[in-house]
Design a protein around this ligand. Sequence first.
Ligand code: GAR
Length: 192
Amino acid sequence: MKKRIAIFASGSGSNAQKLMEHFKRSNDIEISLVLTNNADAYVLQRADNFEIPSHIFDKNEFYKTDEVIDLLKNLDIDFIVLAGFLWLIPKNLIAAYPGRIVNIHPAILPKFGGKGMYGDYVHNAVIAAGETEGGITIHYVDEHYDEGEYIYQAKYKIDRGDSLEMVKFKGQQLEHQHYPRIVEGLVKKIKK
Ligand code: GAR
């Protein structure tokens, strides 16, 4: 039986796209569900393109009920991948998937992490700080923003005068290159 991944995303979903492409060819792992808090998120279109079911939830459902957990369990989801998901994961969801939720962050944590640090806010902060290197962090998720145990980090060089678009592009290249294979390695190790 294939191991089943759910992706949580709030926006464009370019990382989700890479994960869907990567596992489309897999014999033992599949992306089984895409969840979002944002009904306008482009990731929903991407899921449709891959014929992967999706679910939209609101704050009440996510933080005040067990509906999302029930859905994940009913669909026999084994592992959760956050890909540009902007809400804090509630304790009951972490407890339901111990050691089975990972996130990707567009910086070398612990620098440039925490509440409100996502997407362009991170890249702008990296540029404003005059950093000569940017990077990515893939980490386990706990009940705090960007604080779970690190799994993998990679760096890229920031050249003097690099624009926001350039820094973002370099970071995205690294994310797309590494997230699917790191997730695959982790999911292979867990028991169904
Ligand atoms: C990614 O760069 C990801 O690292 C970041 O959001 C972007 C989503 O892009 N996540 C965070 O900042 C989490 N704090 P995508 O929708 O194109 O995959």
